[in-house]
Design a protein around this ligand. Structure first.
Ligand SMILES: *[C@@H]1O[C@H](CO)[C@@H](O)[C@H](O)[C@H]1NC(C)=O
Ligand SMILES: *[C@@H]1O[C@H](CO)[C@@H](O)[C@H](O)[C@H]1NC(C)=O
Ligand SMILES: *[C@@H]1O[C@H](CO)[C@@H](O)[C@H](O)[C@H]1NC(C)=O
Ligand SMILES: *[C@@H]1O[C@H](CO)[C@@H](O)[C@H](O)[C@H]1NC(C)=O
Length: 450
């Protein structure tokens, strides 16, 4: 019937319009973006119809049948093609899409893995609306997240052990006897495949450090004392801390933990004011509690015997023992070729004056080479333990040399003759004298031969 009408329409129009004698009515066909009429023609004669066809991905707007009315107008007036749509995108296991959905040809939709699932590596989580109004193929996108089996050192899992740990799974732990748990007793598998809070561990700890009377330690608010923890003790005001100020948690056998030593004690410890006769202290304190150090020195004319420094120790004594300042003594003076005429003793106190005489044939000479007129000479013991210059007893012959030396010294100093020149002159004189001596010896030899 439709086919009949299809053919009958134009025929009818021809039959109806032609006898009217008027011009044949035509409908001009506009350009149709992304589409065309089938059969293709520039004009459509009144009463005829054509099919509107669209390029791939496009669909006719409204009816796909276009008709030329007797008024010369097309129906629809402006046939058009529009971008087509895909049906609702397919569901993907363990994934969701986010609205708003754009379902036009060419648009792309992204999927997201649900909580507890993660995108399979290397897979693109998108699909595109194709020109044939279907969605491009989507492979499996998401896989279940798993946490590694939680391993606890020196402890165990108290919740039932699983083969696989998926997101949200909770696990509880317990330490082996003698160990203490570090971290959270309970943990949960998170969507990033990790345990939060982290899996705890079990370790030995030291017992709380000993409490002391009249003192305290820095670990009072600490609950656990793991290996290496240090606590520091302090005493109430006025008390001395005897022993090590700090102890730390350590191990002697590599297994069990103990404190490095006993806790110190707090006591009143006062040492007596240190008194060293004829001595001085480097401090001007009036109190000498435990730990005080004092240095000593002696007054002039006295020498320190013992340790110059002493410490106030736990039993209230000074260690090492306080030194003594003893008077300085001069040793018995030794004079070559001479002897003492005053009392002979091994040591002489300061300010003692002793007298000497030179042996027979020896004389005392002073610095200028002149022989002393006196036969006896004195020396005095000084505060530093030395004697005033001791006499020098020399032979008569040596006296000439001494005089000569004194003479040369006077020339050098009086005439400002450089020492080097004096030396050269003396060398020449020495050579001259030696030549003369040789001549005399030679003469003597000739005498004997003849
Ligand atoms: C189409 O119609 C227009 C006016 O309606 C006319 O001028 C033109 O000649 C026609 N074209 C053809 C190919 O018949
Ligand atoms: C749509 O087009 C794609 C690629 O052009 C093709 O793989 C797919 O089979 C087509 N779908 C249908 C239902 O024709
Ligand atoms: C550690 O301490 C425990 C309990 O006091 C004891 O049984 C064990 O022998 C100790 N280990 C070592 C290596 O000494
Ligand atoms: C030694 O003599 C000096 C000067 O007379 C004096 O000041 C000093 O006190 C004396 N020393 C001793 C230890 O007698």
């Amino acid at each position: 019937m439709q086919l009949l009408l299809h053919w009958m329409g134009p025929l009818l129009a021809l039959l109806l319009l032609q006898p009217a004698g008027s011009l044949e009515v035509q409908c001009p066909v506009p350009t149709i973006p992304h589409g065309w009429l089938n059969p293709a023609q520039k004009n459509l004669s009144a009463g005829s119809t054509a099919v509107l066809e669209c390029e791939a991905g496009y669909v006719p707007v409204g009816s796909s049948s276009v008709r030329c009315l007797s008024s010369g107008r097309l129906q629809p007036r402006a046939p058009a093609c529009t971008r087509g749509r895909c049906p609702s995108p397919p569901a993907v296991d363990y994934a969701d899409r986010r609205p708003p959905y754009e379902l036009l040809v060419g648009s792309t939709i992204t999927y997201f893995c649900r909580h507890g699932y993660t995108l399979i590596p290397g897979v693109s989580p998108t699909t595109t609306c194709l020109k044939n109004f279907t969605w491009s193929a989507i492979p499996a996108l998401c896989q279940m997240v798993q946490c590694p089996s939680p391993a606890i050192i020196n402890g165990r899992e108290t919740s039932a052990k699983q083969e696989k740990y998926s997101v949200g799974q909770q696990v509880e732990f317990q330490c082996n006897p003698g160990y203490t748990l570090w971290g959270s007793q309970r943990t949960q598998c998170w969507s990033d495949g990790t345990w939060k809070p982290p899996v705890p561990y079990c370790d030995k700890v030291c017992v709380p450090p000993p409490l002391i009377t009249n003192g305290q330690h820095t670990g009072l608010r600490t609950e656990l004392f793991p290996y290496g923890t240090e606590v520091k003790y302090s005493c109430a005001a006025g008390l001395s801390l005897i022993g090590d100020e700090s102890i730390y948690c350590t191990s002697e056998d590599g297994v069990n933990l103990t404190w490095s030593g006993p806790a110190p004690v707090c006591r009143v410890v006062r040492c007596p004011r240190p008194v060293v006769a004829q001595g001085r202290m480097d401090v001007s304190w009036h109190t000498f509690p435990y730990g005080t150090s004092v240095r000593f020195s002696c007054n002039e004319g006295f020498v320190l015997h013992g340790s110059a420094e002493s410490h106030c120790v736990a039993d209230g004594s000074w260690q090492p023992a306080l030194p003594k300042c003893q008077p300085v003594l001069c040793p018995k003076p030794q004079v070559a070729n001479g002897k003492l005429t005053s009392t002979d003793q091994a040591w002489y106190p300061i300010n003692t004056t002793v007298t000497f005489v030179c042996h027979e044939g020896y004389h005392h000479f002073s610095g200028d080479g002149e022989a002393a007129l006196k036969d006896s000479w004195t020396a005095t013991c000084l505060a530093d333990g030395n004697w005033t210059p001791l006499p020098k007893c020399k032979k008569e012959d040596d006296a000439d040399v001494c005089r000569e030396v004194a003479y040369i010294q006077s020339i050098v100093s009086d005439c400002h003759v450089p020492t080097e020149d004096v030396k050269t002159l003396l060398e020449i004189q020495k050579l001259f004298l030696e030549i003369q001596k040789l001549k005399v010896e030679l003469q003597g030899l000739e005498h004997i031969l003849h």
